[in-house]
Design a protein around this ligand. Structure first.
Ligand SMILES: [Zn+2]
Length: 458
């Protein structure tokens, strides 16, 4: 309840505005006094005291008003406790928005926290705008973020696990051998629900099987039981963690990474063959160099002219035919992956997928003189069950990859992180912002009442 319009506009409960003037630096100077019954009560014994010890002026930080910095001057009393038994001799007045020893208003703290958590502004920038220090802005953000992030995640049926590099790896030259040695290469393992409803579920430092298993072990048994499918990259470490902690779940691999591997195989064969043929690396003007982009494309996306260009280039000699064999191998593998419902419109049966994979193995058997194709087939056969499961379920790790992009963006905005805990907090807040927005209910409808008007100054 505010007694006058100026105090209502200022809007800190328990403070009454007594004067406003322009500050020399372009801001505004606001003078206030305490207007709160409870402020006269001793915080220890609760006795209301009328005995004044001294008058002090404090300058707590407050939010900007219409863009201008506010220089708040609070004239408050230090009172003597009226209770002779009380160990506290004197106390200063305080109001709920500015508790004892607090030098910034609750709304400024809230604003700094919201700028970081809700709008993605780095704490350093939020602090600069609010006229406070980085630790204060960051502390406000952490205090607001931790309870939100501490809430247990809802169960997910489809879980994605992916790794995320914390920062650039650092190397040093070994003086004895002259080789590069890794000084630091730090990773996070990220967990996300593939329905995309909850954003990033959590992270853990490191990327070993134990690290991932540790995070899964922290979840409740009911949460673990709810996971039906887990999607990972072609990463045996996470596969082992999933088998250990979620033995009932179906493991699938992200098909993008399978195709990426096949495209890389074609590129490896092309580079080896070009070096064998010309005795140097490929360069602009070589026929093989002219089709390197086309070889990476999906067959169905090539125009007839582009298709003919590939055939004409590769049909000329045995070198070209070796590249062609790898390219056809890639397309045979993609044939199996293209059985997924998103492409065909109907869910395939396992037999169909395995038949097409067999056709790929058969092709590799006919070309066992191409080592890269042999390696690819070996990898595919090792992951055959997971690839078949991915084609049948149609699940991809795209959600995890998109969250990785957000995590990278956050690291850039922060110019890198030194503290992994801060990084996890900031990344998780950034990667759950969308889901928080969706779940937000109606905003507060609290109103401020003006009970009286200031008499006209004239
Ligand atoms: Zn007292």
């Amino acid at each position: 309840m505010f007694e006058d319009t100026a105090s209502a506009l200022f809007g800190v409960e328990g403070l009454q505005v007594t004067g406003v003037q322009a500050a020399p630096d372009g801001g505004i100077e606001v003078w206030v006094v305490t207007d709160c019954q409870a402020a006269a009560a001793c915080p220890d014994c609760g006795t209301v005291s009328g005995r004044v010890h001294e008058t002090v002026v404090t300058r707590p930080r407050d939010v900007r008003r219409a863009g201008a910095a506010v220089d708040l001057r609070w004239v408050k009393l230090r009172r003597k406790c009226a209770n002779g038994e009380c160990p506290r001799k004197t106390f200063t007045e305080w109001v709920p928005d500015l508790p004892p020893r607090c030098r910034i208003t609750a709304r400024l703290r809230e604003q700094a926290a919201h700028e970081v958590a809700g709008r993605g502004i780095p704490p350093a920038e939020a602090a600069r705008h609010a006229g406070i220090s980085w630790p204060v802005a960051h502390g406000a953000f952490a205090a607001a973020a931790d309870p939100v992030l501490g809430q247990p995640a809802s169960p997910v049926a489809h879980l994605g696990i992916d790794e995320h590099r914390r920062g650039r790896a650092r190397f040093a030259v070994d003086e004895r051998t002259g080789d590069y040695a890794v000084l630091a290469d730090r990773w996070h393992t990220c967990f996300s629900g593939l329905d995309g409803q909850q954003g990033l579920l959590g992270q853990v430092e490191g990327r070993t099987a134990d690290d991932a298993a540790y995070r899964l072990a922290g979840a409740t048994p009911a949460w673990r039981d709810a996971v039906r499918v887990v999607c990972i990259d072609l990463c045996s470490i996470y596969a082992s963690a999933v088998r250990r902690m979620l033995p009932h779940a179906t493991l699938t691999v992200d098909l993008f990474h399978v195709v990426q591997l096949a495209v890389k195989t074609v590129g490896d064969v092309r580079r080896r063959v070009v070096r064998a043929r010309y005795g140097r690396r490929g360069r602009c003007g070589d026929p093989e160099y002219g089709i390197k982009g086309l070889l990476a494309r999906n067959l169905e996306n090539l125009s007839s002219g582009q298709f003919t260009k590939i055939l004409d280039t590769l049909d000329r000699d045995r070198y070209g035919q070796e590249i062609a064999a790898a390219w056809i191998g890639k397309e045979k593998l993609r044939d199996a992956l293209n059985l997924r419902a998103r492409v065909t419109g109907s869910v395939p049966c396992e037999r169909q997928v395995r038949d097409r994979l067999f056709s790929f193995y058969d092709w590799r058997a006919q070309h066992d003189d191409i080592p890269e194709l042999v390696t690819l087939a070996k990898t595919v056969s090792r992951w055959e069950d997971q690839i078949a499961a991915a084609v049948i379920t149609g699940l991809t790790n795209a959600t995890s990859e998109s969250l990785n992009r957000l995590a990278k963006l956050e690291a850039r905005l922060a110019y890198g992180f030194r503290n992994p805990r801060n990084q996890r907090r900031r990344v998780r807040i950034a990667c759950t912002r969308g889901s928080r927005r969706r779940s937000r209910t109606a905003t507060s409808t609290e109103t401020r009442t003006v009970t009286g008007r200031k008499p006209d100054p004239g």
